[in-house]
Design a protein around this ligand. Structure first.
Ligand code: SAH
Ligand code: SF4
Length: 397
């Protein structure tokens, strides 16, 4: 992958590939304009055209001189992924399937709620981390998404929801990186992407409302301080290392104590006072016992946070089951009595395979894990049509 990134860079340096303006942060755009002997404020103008007005043609940028537009056209372009399919749920949520450069497809989901609209986006196609309860993990890993492919999901959702209307209130107030992939295994691109989302000249989202969710890649969390102000959610899912290692292989590498320490330091690095979200997927008979709730309360006793309980969403080939609503509320009550702020995530978009952990897209699995699980083609979202090389990949399984 490293080699691929280098060769992409080289190609663009050799002039074979144009610079994609859709993937540049304001800082990187400013350097580009400085190289072109132009003023830094050009960066804001270009960002507004792309991210606030949805323009993909440099010629349309009427506040840049003709000469500058020509200079830009020679070296740059605006390229975003394509929406291949769209699904609407009976509960108002929407799911879009987007193509990415590797030939795979990823999914994003829009969840409208009173007073806010949340977009759940993907950072990788597939995931290498193989958590036992996650459909994406069962697909294996294909590729990291580029900045334009990550930001492009927000761009498309804006286009589809209100066509970049400058008049209405914006349909998307919150972005969560809780779709496919582990964001912190694609750290550089994810950091640039969330920074573009929070940039005033782009989407201007509040830093409290852009959330990176991680399964706990400790060295990457340690690198985040100073690079971004985005909010953090941590997928904990178990109150002890023994149980967490059974359901999340990454815990064998980084223990709960190391994870909580790194999250604490990131939160301290932020310019305002904020607490992380602790995600806990409740799986029947695995981690949903009252004893687990008590252990969790003890573990998080001196760890300021909010807790979000996610009743397990089923998918084919998983033997796990969702706990009854009474055991979910018992679990919540124990935590509440211990003084925690606890929310239970309501399942949205279940009828279109858009609930947490159900996102599968159509991943060209380079790790062959999906063969092991006989998944993707046969058991993924059946509404996904396989195209091109994916059709071949699917047939060969
Ligand atoms: N890789 C990141 C972000 C994507 S997963 C992470 O693991 O945090 C987003 C959230 O969905 C995580 O908390 C994950 O544990 C949860 N999740 C995965 N599969 C699920 C399932 N089948 N049911 C409920 N939640 C699930
Ligand atoms: Fe990857 Fe997150 Fe799924 Fe685990 S839960 S396999 S880290 S996407």
């Amino acid at each position: 992958l490293f080699l691929k990134v280098i060769s992409d860079e080289m190609r663009s340096m050799n002039g074979e590939q144009k610079i994609n303006l859709a993937g540049l942060t304001s800082g990187k755009l400013k350097s580009l304009f400085s190289d072109l002997n132009e003023k830094p404020f050009r960066a804001g103008q270009v960002m507004k055209w792309i991210h606030q007005r949805g323009v993909t043609d440099i010629d349309f940028m009427s506040d840049l001189s003709k000469n500058l537009r020509q200079k830009l056209c020679d070296i740059a372009e605006i390229k975003l992924p394509h929406v291949l399919e769209e699904f609407s749920s009976s509960d108002g949520s929407r799911k879009w399937i987007v193509d990415v450069a590797s030939g795979s497809q990823v999914e994003m989901v829009f969840i409208p709620e009173a007073g806010r609209g949340t977009l759940c986006i993907s950072s990788q196609s597939g995931c290498s981390l193989d958590c036992s309860f996650c459909a994406t993990g069962k697909q294996g890993f294909d590729s990291n998404l580029s900045v334009a492919e990550i930001v492009g999901q927000l761009w498309w959702a804006n286009k589809r929801l209100d066509n970049f209307s400058q008049i209405n209130t914006k349909p998307i107030s919150n972005v969560v990186m809780m779709g496919m992939g582990e964001p912190l295994l694609n750290l550089d691109n994810v950091i640039d992407s969330v920074n573009i989302m929070m940039e005033d000249s782009a989407y201007g989202l509040s830093k409290r409302k852009v959330t990176i969710s991680t399964s706990g890649v400790v060295p990457a969390i340690n690198k985040m301080a100073g690079l971004t102000e985005a909010s953090l959610a941590v997928s904990l899912h178990a109150p002890s290392d023994k149980l967490r290692s059974q359901i999340m292989p990454i815990n064998k590498k980084y223990s709960i104590a190391e994870l909580l320490d790194s999250v604490r330091s990131y939160m301290k690095s932020l310019s305002d006072k904020r607490v992380p979200l602790v995600e806990y997927t409740l799986i029947k008979g695995i981690n949903d016992h009252r004893q687990h709730a008590r252990q969790l309360a003890e573990l998080l006793d001196s760890f300021p946070c909010k807790i979000n309980l996610i009743p397990f969403n089923t998918f084919e080939l998983s033997k796990y089951e969702r706990p009854s609503s009474s055991s979910v509320s018992n679990f919540r009550e124990i935590l509440k009595k211990a003084g925690f702020t606890v929310t239970v995530r309501t399942t949205r978009g279940d009828d279109i395979g858009a609930a947490c952990g159900q996102l599968v897209g159509a991943v060209a699995d380079r790790t062959h894990r999906s063969v092991r699980y006989r998944t993707t083609a046969e058991t993924g979202d059946k509404k996904v049509k396989f195209v091109g090389k994916l059709a071949a990949a699917a047939e060969s399984m």
